[in-house]
Design a protein around this ligand. Structure first.
Ligand code: HEM
Ligand code: SF4
Ligand code: SF4
Length: 520
């Protein structure tokens, strides 16, 4: 097992602890992107309030903020604290979100767009934070102003060193300060634009956390704001050099480095690290799985595949082949992550079809529905013993190898929702196995975003294609355990087999009858 895989398992264990406390729906780790949006909106709304009362001139900025904080502590003061704490929280969730997407390998293929747009978002968040501290115009702001401008001066792109503006009271420039106010407003607007591009390739992107989580997080920020209100430090005084300032470790965490590392080297480090991040989706290069293919002869234009694709890769367009349907499906191969969920949704993807050549309306070239039927039959034909179970699992969750034992066969799919529900009916009604066990990613965190949810809805008869009512539900078990919790799947599989052993024999006979018929 490689280093990254070990890290991933450790990370999943940490997240598992949160699932046990909050439940899968409210696990903050599963909602980091949505929480990022939530904090963004808190920062935006509180920022607008503060801006109404804030004096944007350098001479009155400090005083106006003091009045906002003290004279109306119950409104302006709380707004300022919320503005500060929601901004801090944004840095925390953004950092965790980035580490998580990397460890869970959700940055390759068409997901590169989300990853690559994430990198400028980091810069925008930090620029917004640093200029925000600047506006307070206290000792910390003075320190930030001097260090930042000296850092930019190292680029030698300005005619005159801009750090001069902050080195003596006689040079203090109101215009430069107003420019920072402007940057503090415009950069978050750019951030919003890039946040929108960031989620373009995802259908129903989670940009709102569940209500309970939002209320809980919002209430925590409010309590923090009331107990530890955000305040300014001593007013800026360009006649003195700030000796000790209380740093903010969310936004200014790199600033202490400026005391030790030369400014040009800091540029090399920050730009170099950003470039490295930008290249990560292709490091190391890997072959991309081929995109889903539509077979027009089998497509009736029902649009189920388009409705279920989690990555907006399918569009329905007017019929082009003269068949008597209004629409046909078309896949944008640049956006397809090859999850196979579309094949799991297609009504033509059924193993019961008698046509010699089983071809679905939409299929993954690397595991067609026809091949899936062949693998199902091959796996089950090798099953022996009184309680035969076929496990369908996905490639991103539970380790299927750990489930293998006598009487159990496994078939791996790219996503559990790539399995058309008719396969479960096919296996059970054809007595190919006594039970079917579905497993994959963790509840609330499907690698392909919506696979678990669609599977649940299909099995419950809430989403096409339904699992037929005739399928005995007691012979089907779902276990969403994920990679780190494979042991849970092993236990659930044993318990499922015990339950199956205690059931009345399935259609097709008792184990003994099967034995007589030469099955075992
Ligand atoms: C302001 C900060 C950020 C916000 C608000 C944010 C928000 C989001 C949201 C809402 C999603 C969609 C989640 C879903 O519905 O499945 C998402 C996905 C994603 N984000 Fe971010 N993000 C931020 C920063 C970043 C950064 C810094 C990176 C990495 C450099 C990043 C990488 C990704 C990737 C790769 C995905 C795609 C995941 C997938 O395809 O399943 N994000 N983000
Ligand atoms: S689900 Fe199948 S039949 Fe329906 S539009 Fe998509 S490819 Fe065509
Ligand atoms: S395999 Fe199908 S569902 Fe998955 S991304 Fe591609 S088109 Fe969408």
């Amino acid at each position: 097992m490689g280093f990254k895989q070990r890290l991933r398992i450790a990370w999943e264990r940490l997240e598992g602890a949160f699932t046990r406390s909050f439940g899968p729906a409210w696990n903050p780790f599963f909602q980091l992107g949505a929480l990022g949006w939530f904090f963004y909106w808190i920062v935006a709304v509180t920022g607008i309030y503060l801006f109404i009362f804030f004096d944007t001139g350098v001479t009155n900025a400090y005083q106006s903020l003091e009045e906002i904080t003290r004279a109306q502590w119950w409104a302006g003061g709380v707004m300022r604290s919320l503005h500060r704490y929601a901004s801090d929280a944004l840095v925390v969730v953004m950092t965790l979100h980035m580490i998580r997407e990397y460890l869970l390998d959700r940055l390759r293929g068409p997901r590169w767009l989300a990853w690559v747009t994430g990198v400028p978002m980091i810069w925008f968040v930090f620029i917004a934070g640093v200029t925000g501290y600047w506006l307070v115009w206290d000792m910390l702001a003075q320190y930030v102003a001097i260090v930042t401008t000296e850092w930019f001066d190292a680029l030698s792109i300005f005619g005159e060193p801009i750090a001069r503006n902050f080195l003596s009271p006689t040079h203090l420039s109101d215009r430069f300060f107003t420019l920072m106010v402007f940057a503090h407003i415009v950069v978050p607007l750019f951030l919003l634009l890039v946040m929108w591009i960031h989620i373009l390739r995802m259908s129903d992107a989670r940009i709102n956390p569940p209500k309970g989580l939002a209320i809980g997080t919002g209430a925590t920020l409010l309590v923090l704001s009331l107990v530890f209100p955000a305040v300014s430090q001593a007013p800026a005084d360009l006649a003195v050099v700030p000796a000790t300032v209380q740093l903010d470790w969310y936004y200014l965490n790199l600033y202490p480095l400026f005391d030790y590392v030369p400014r040009p080297v800091m540029w090399v480090l920050t730009v170099g690290f950003s470039t490295f991040l930008l290249l990560l989706p292709w490091l190391p290069p890997r072959r991309r799985a081929p995109a889903a293919l539509v077979d027009l002869g089998n497509c009736n234009g029902c649009a189920r595949c388009a409705a279920d694709c989690p990555f907006n890769a399918i569009t329905m367009r007017p019929r082009s082949d003269g068949l008597p349907y209004e629409q046909e499906a078309a896949v944008d191969s640049g956006m397809c992550v090859a999850c196979g969920i579309c094949a799991g949704a297609c009504p033509t993807a059924t193993p019961f079809r008698r046509r010699a050549l089983l071809v679905a309306g939409i299929d993954l070239p690397q595991l067609t529905v026809r091949e899936l039927r062949a693998r199902t039959l091959a796996a089950t034909s090798a099953l022996r013993g009184p309680v035969r179970v076929l496990v369908y699992g996905c490639a991103h969750g539970t380790r299927l190898a750990a489930l293998q034992q006598p009487g159990v066969a496994t078939v791996e799919l790219s996503c559990i929702a790539a399995l058309p529900p008719s396969f479960i009916d096919f296996v059970l009604s054809g007595d190919h196995a006594d039970g079917v066990f579905l497993t994959g990613c963790r509840e609330g965190d499907c690698h392909h975003r919506q696979g678990i949810e669609w599977t649940r809805q299909r099995l419950a008869g809430e989403r096409d294609p339904f699992l037929r009512a005739r399928v005995p539900r007691e012979r089907l078990h779902c276990c969403w355990s994920g990679l780190a919790q494979t042991a849970v799947a092993v236990r659930e599989l044993s318990a499922f087999r015990e339950r199956l052993a205690a059931l009345a024999p399935a259609e097709g006979g008792t184990p003994a009858a099967r034995e007589e018929a030469g099955h075992a």
